[in-house]
Design a protein around this ligand. Structure first.
Ligand code: NI
Length: 150
């Protein structure tokens, strides 16, 4: 496994939409594992999206409460409620701010074997899913932040 370089705010790639993955093959699984490895080696990193590591593919990894999610082509298909809370991002070191997100989401995706899955997220998981899927669309949390917090 390899550790990938995390791109930061001045890098235009964060503003570029990622392309869907046509086929989940060994190459995609290697990228997902490198992303998971990178996430785990980076302190306080709860998730990463493809463009954050220089790969313009719709790939997301999330590590929450000891559970690893590796999602291909994730898409929010249902959302309800609202939460407002502090958020940060590995691509914006030292910046934290309040961001409104849905309280609950349902996401469809492919897993690392290319099978269709659904992920139901509430609270922090819903927040992480929305944050990472925004990345895939070239949207970063500072765009949605109502105010900075320390
Ligand atoms: Ni982020």
């Amino acid at each position: 496994m390899a550790t990938l370089e995390i791109r930061t705010s001045e890098d235009d790639i964060l503003r570029k939409p990622c392309r869907p993955v046509a086929k989940v093959d060994e190459r995609i699984r290697t990228i997902l594992d490198d992303m998971a490895d990178t996430m785990r080696r980076t302190p306080n990193c709860g998730g990463l999206a493809g463009n954050q590591v220089g790969i313009l593919r719709r790939l997301v990894v999330i590590d929450l409460n000891g559970k690893l999610y590796q999602l291909v082509n994730p898409e929010v298909v249902f959302q309800e409620g609202e939460q407002d809370g502090p958020e940060g991002c590995m691509s914006f070191p030292g910046i934290f701010g309040m961001v409104k997100r849905p309280e609950r989401v349902r996401v469809t995706a492919l897993d690392r074997d290319g099978r269709e899955i659904q992920v139901e997220g509430e609270g922090m998981l819903a927040r992480c899913l929305c944050h990472e899927i925004d990345h895939l669309n070239g949207i970063v949390f500072v765009d949605k932040m109502s105010r900075r917090v320390e």
